[in-house]
Write a protein that binds this ligand. Structure first.
Ligand SMILES: *Cc1c(COP(=O)(O)O)cnc(C)c1O
Length: 461
């Protein structure tokens, strides 16, 4: 007889993992190297030092170290809001009348409202340790800017946030929170950088994009004494820090004698998906188990489902290194009608490689009105208002649970509830009023972005 499983599985502070897991150490093949846009040669550690703090640049290139000890100061910070619970969605299961068991990991229990604080704390700590004065970054939907504002306030560093202009207008309260924690917020594109001025000259009415805000933040960092740049997703170091999610999940599921058949995360740049799947992917890479991984993305920004696996710039201004990844082209600007996050043109090189090689089993594109249907259904039964990003994962979990209802299989589904949607009321209102549109780019729209893919002699003609 199966043991009664509690609604929530908590870890105590003492049980919290003290190491990050680096999935690259168990990958048979690594992603293709980053390329320096100046020399078109593979990047060296020194190339990264003007942009990233030294310890993070080292982590970025490390495919050997399997486990990294989490420094004491970061553990202390984590303990303010971690370990996070795994929750059994009994009420949702009942409403769906499914034999599937649905679990979610809840990463929204902090003021940033997302998992991003896990890497914000780490990156800020290493910058502080290097005696830097400040950091620059970009933010789209606002969670990353908020997480960085919180972390820099705690560790005592200055922060400049370039916020995608249309988001800063749609979400004034995000701006207010970021400023409350003491950071400086600049809508992007702006007149404060060469890249920003150039973009404004050519597109004076643009609402901006993440790729453009990244260019501005990087330029600001490399031209300001004592500053470095931080990025909240995509990078290897970010996936490393987010592995705390998967490490906790694995322990929590073991405590209740469970193991997921299906692991689901939404994917914008790939960090929460990379985090929740980390420890289960290790099992798969080592041939121990075979969970099915699903990354869910918006149909309006279909990076993995319709993008190309190619070298591309990580930013619109073409100043960042080139990465081999699934991409829609750095010039792709997603529809401003799309409500929440997940609007980046590229994808984590590690996730891209795992998907390309078949370890990450499926990428699924979904339209936003269905995402919000799922969000509202989840909110009703589990009483958490999900972030629109996270609701992509909820929708896929519901789809999988419905398949189980048809087949009669009692699969165990785990999804990451990456955050809460308390600042997304504009989007929820548009949805309720029936004003939300499902924009799906045509092949011609995508061709424009692909045309911007760079040529690299001997590598990508
Ligand atoms: C930023 C964000 C995402 C998307 O970023 P990933 O790097 O793909 O995880 C998803 N959910 C929430 C709540 C976020 O803040």
């Amino acid at each position: 007889m199966s043991r009664k499983v509690p609604k929530r599985v908590f870890l105590t502070e003492d049980q919290m993992p003290t190491k990050w897991y680096n999935v690259r150490a168990d990958m048979k093949e690594q992603h293709d190297p980053y390329i320096n846009p100046g020399t078109m040669k593979p990047i060296e550690l020194e190339d990264l030092l003007p942009v990233f703090c030294t310890e993070l640049a080292k982590q970025e290139g490390d495919c050997q170290t399997r486990y990294f000890d989490i420094p004491e100061e970061i553990l202390d910070f984590y303990k303010i809001y971690r370990p996070s619970p795994i929750v059994r969605a009994y009420e949702l299961e009942k409403a769906l009348d499914t034999p599937a068991k649905i679990y979610y990991k809840f990463e929204g229990n902090n003021t940033s409202g997302s998992h991003k604080l896990n890497t914000a704390a780490a990156q800020t700590y290493y910058a502080k340790k290097q005696n830097l004065k400040g950091l620059t970054t970009e933010t789209g939907a606002g969670q990353w800017g908020t997480a960085m504002a919180m972390a820099t306030a705690y560790f005592g560093l200055d922060l400049i946030v370039y916020m995608v202009k249309c988001s800063s207008e749609q979400k004034p309260y995000r701006k207010a929170v970021i400023e409350t924690f003491g950071a400086q917020l600049i809508p992007s594109p702006s007149e404060t950088t060469n890249v920003g001025r150039e973009i404004l000259k050519n597109h004076p009415n643009t609402g901006g994009s993440l790729g453009c805000a990244i260019s501005e933040a990087v330029e600001k960092a490399v031209t300001t004494e004592g500053y470095r740049y931080v990025l909240g997703s995509v990078l290897n170091q970010v996936l490393l820090h987010q592995s705390i999610i998967g490490e906790e999940c694995k322990m929590q599921m073991e405590m209740i004698d469970e193991y997921p058949d299906i692991v689901i995360g939404c994917a914008g740049g790939g960090s929460n998906m990379g985090g929740v799947m980390a420890s289960f992917m290790q099992d798969k890479l080592l041939g121990k188990t075979n969970p099915y991984f699903i990354a869910v993305e918006p149909a309006s920004c279909p990076t993995m489902t319709r993008g190309k696996y190619a070298y591309d710039f990580c930013d619109t201004g073409h100043i960042t290194p080139l990465a081999k990844m699934y991409t829609l082209g750095a010039d792709f600007i997603p529809s401003p009608d799309h409500a929440g996050g997940l609007r980046y043109h590229g994808m984590s090189p590690v996730l891209s490689k795992l998907y390309h090689d078949g370890f990450l089993d499926e990428a699924r594109a979904v339209v936003q009105t269905e995402v919000f249907d799922a969000a509202v259904q989840f909110a009703k039964y589990e009483t958490i208002l999900p972030a629109p990003e996270s609701a992509h994962a909820i929708l896929a979990a519901i789809q999988e649970a419905n398949k189980c209802k048809e087949s009669g299989e009692a699969k165990t589904i785990l999804f990451n509830l990456s955050g809460t949607g308390n600042f997304d009321m504009g989007a929820y209102t548009a949805y309720r009023e029936g004003k939300m549109k499902n924009y799906v780019p045509s092949d011609e729209d995508l061709a424009q972005g692909f045309a911007s893919l760079p040529k690299i002699p001997g590598i990508q003609e």
